[in-house]
Design a protein around this ligand. Sequence first.
Ligand code: MN
Ligand code: MN
Length: 277
Amino acid sequence: MTPIEEGGTPPDHAIVILGIPSDENASFAKGAALAPDRIREALHSEASNLWSETGHEISEANGIRDAGNLQGAEGKDGPEKITHTIQTLLDHNNRVIVLGGDHAITFPIIRGYARRFAPLTLLHLDAHPDLYDSYGENRFSHACPMARIMEAGLVTRLVQVGIRTFNAHQREQADRFGVETLEMRHLNKIPAFSFKGPVYLSLDMDVLDPAFAPGVSHPEPGGMSPRDVITLIQSLDAPLAGADIVEYNPKRDPAGLSARVAAKLLKEIAGKMLDNK
Ligand code: MN
Ligand code: MN
């Protein structure tokens, strides 16, 4: 498929996998820009198959299209390019699953979604609330996307799950923006999430316990298991309009095991989208 930014025609009514290889806004360790291709390798590895547990094959025949990696996602024009590409894909009635990249990309992605989807619920799985007003003198750091999204009023609800790194500033921000937070310390059992309107799922790989997925830049002990996240995805009662899987860092994953976890979650997310075609 010719890349969309090079004039390629976007698919219609498909589930589009789009890599956004950008880690310029990562504050601590680079490497997430290498993630999209490593996740694809794990997805297509013959060690497994392409079926979701829920009975959907993640294949072109079922309307899954891989749009490759967005070129020029970094730099001054990067965010606008991300927003425009997302808008183009949505204008063609696609649902998009983005493979990041650091978490800063979620702001320009949601900017694209907001134009088409209102109301929109953002379901955010992360060890971190990503609500800093500014981090390292960068208001577009991967520690800030949820603050930018809420300031701009791009979503109706922000529901965060798995958080375990609140500080005073970010707690204040959560209160100020009316964020609904399900902290890890209160997450004894995965509740059945039910939302009325469309949902966008933003999945930061560090929501997982580092025992299961150490290949992230900010491993935070005491997190969710892959099975917890799979259960959450499979039991989600809402139309899933889009998703991203961000912050996987291949440089911290020499054996490729965390890539397998990311690929597994990708299959279940695509399977959930195929459930409600
Ligand atoms: Mn994050
Ligand atoms: Mn995080």
